[in-house]
Design a protein around this ligand. Structure first.
Ligand code: UGA
Length: 444
């Protein structure tokens, strides 16, 4: 089977490399020649664990190719995936579909006499796959093709494992012919009993948005419960475990933090709210989730200020972690983008370190000191703040840290440390959803 992946962003690149690992011939197409040349030489445009090895191995096996030339690639294609970006149109809270429609028009131009499936992997508003079908049909009334919707559920940082061991595959189809070919494409996953759910185009598109908005709601729910835990002296992790063991709730996505970020949840929650309002079926739960998550960044800033005895003015804050989650270099819509400037506005001087995000962060933060490692960041700082739960922050030398900091103040917005250990080590430790009363008691 020959497939094409248009777009070499997270979804396109990871999916292309993983399909080639299944034995499928994959051509990844992108307009950006620099990106394509880099990929041909095994230089990844993003950091994703194990992606470089996967790409390298499959290039060597001659199953994975990179090109800017869609026309040539289209000659043998059974399936052409559209996996281009759909960034948020900030003024309208909607997904920008220009890249998707451009790709559809190009595909239409190069369709041969061969039957081809056009599969939409980009996250697109409900109704887009049908519009793509109409665009292609209008351009090429002669062409033999079907459009399918095949959303992706991989997470940055564990994308390859998510692709290889998915909870389910969702495919929106309109014909038996396209259904059979898509089944064949996913036969490797079918053999390991992955549920494959066939739906209509619109249902498949909505499943993608409903999944992300539900998960964003779950995260926001536990964040609010964490705030309540602080107020009543309960422990949010015990609450999360206690409710998560109920099979109807499930234990995943119940880790409290500074608010969800990244290139998907913020964009997709806004887009779904817009879609729903436009159709006269508003999603008030999601609207509330968005505003709670927006406000949460300032709440975290207040937490840091409180931990610093009510003011950060003239104080140096050492921030560990800038990416929206660990194991990625992605800073898009990361809580750090709001928390760091707000601390600066409150008069703080900021020193930062992130294991993989430094390069991208340099363009996104102003007047911060970028440091080489954790310990250099903490040198003479008034407080240490953990914004991202990187593994390498979990087992630090706290005796050294205490000697480096001017004040032993530690604000852990990802709850990666044990409160009693931290207090026993002499830190003024603040985390999320775990009683500060208990900490003060131990301190006295
Ligand atoms: C998310 C979905 O999880 C994927 O299934 C989906 O394919 C992807 O969006 C997408 O639409 O492309 P991703 O944005 O990579 O994946 O990251 P997540 O692991 O979902 O985390 C999103 C945000 O929620 C992060 O800021 C993370 O720190 C936060 N989060 C997540 C929490 O604060 N607590 C949790 O328990 C889980």
């Amino acid at each position: 089977m020959h497939i094409i992946m248009i777009g070499t962003g997270y979804v396109g690149l990871v999916s292309g490399a993983c399909f080639s690992k299944f034995g499928t011939n994959v051509v990844c197409v992108d307009k950006d020649i620099t990106k394509i040349e880099a990929l041909q030489n095994n230089r990844m445009p993003i950091y994703e664990p194990y992606l470089d090895d996967l790409v390298f191995d499959n290039i060597k096996e001659k199953r994975l190719f990179f090109t800017t030339d869609l026309k040539i690639a289209m000659k043998d294609a059974d399936i052409v995936f559209i996996a281009v970006g759909t960034p948020n149109l900030h003024s309208e809270n909607y997904a920008d579909l220009n890249y998707v429609y451009d790709a559809a028009r190009e595909i239409a131009q190069f369709l041969t006499t061969r039957y081809t499936i056009v599969a939409i992997k980009s996250t697109v508003p409900v109704g887009t796959s049908r519009k793509i079908k109409n665009i292609i049909r209008e351009f090429r009334p002669d062409a033999d093709f079907d459009v399918v919707s095949n959303p992706e559920f991989l997470r940055e940082g564990s994308a390859i494992n998510d692709f290889m061991h998915p909870d389910r595959i969702i495919i929106g189809v309109e014909t038996d012919r396209s259904m059979e070919i898509m089944k064949r494409l996913y036969s490797v996953l079918y053999l390991i009993d992955t549920p494959i759910v066939f739906t209509s185009l619109e249902t498949s598109e909505l499943i993608k948005y409903a999944t992300n908005t539900f998960l964003a709601t779950k995260v926001t729910f536990i964040n609010e419960i964490a705030d309540l835990c602080e107020a009543v002296g309960a422990d949010v992790h015990d609450v999360a475990r206690g409710i998560g063991l109920d099979g109807r709730i499930g234990k995943k996505f119940l880790h409290p933090g500074p608010g969800y970020g990244g290139s998907c949840f913020p964009k997709d929650t806004l887009a779904l709210v817009k879609i729903a309002r436009d159709r006269g079926a508003p999603l008030r739960i999601i609207e509330t989730v968005i505003s709670i998550n927006d406000e949460r960044k300032q709440r975290m800033v207040n937490k840091i200020i409180t931990a610093c005895s009510g003011s950060v003015s003239g104080k140096t804050i050492a921030v560990l972690g800038l990416t929206f989650k660990p194991n990625t270099d992605d800073i898009r819509d990361s809580p750090s983008l709001e928390i760091v400037p707000a601390l600066q506005k409150a008069g703080a001087l900021i020193r930062v370190f992130d294991p993989k995000g430094m390069e991208k962060a340099r363009h996104m933060f102003v007047d911060v000191t970028f440091c080489e490692n954790v310990y250099k960041t903490l040198q003479s700082a008034d407080a240490m703040v953990v914004l991202t739960e990187w593994d390498e922050f979990r087992a630090l030398d706290f005796t050294l840290i205490k000697s480096l900091l001017k004040n032993p103040i530690l604000v852990d917005l990802r709850n990666i440390y044990d409160p009693s250990n931290m207090v026993a080590s002499g830190f003024h430790y603040t985390s999320i959803g775990r009683s500060s009363v208990q900490r003060n008691d131990v301190n006295q």
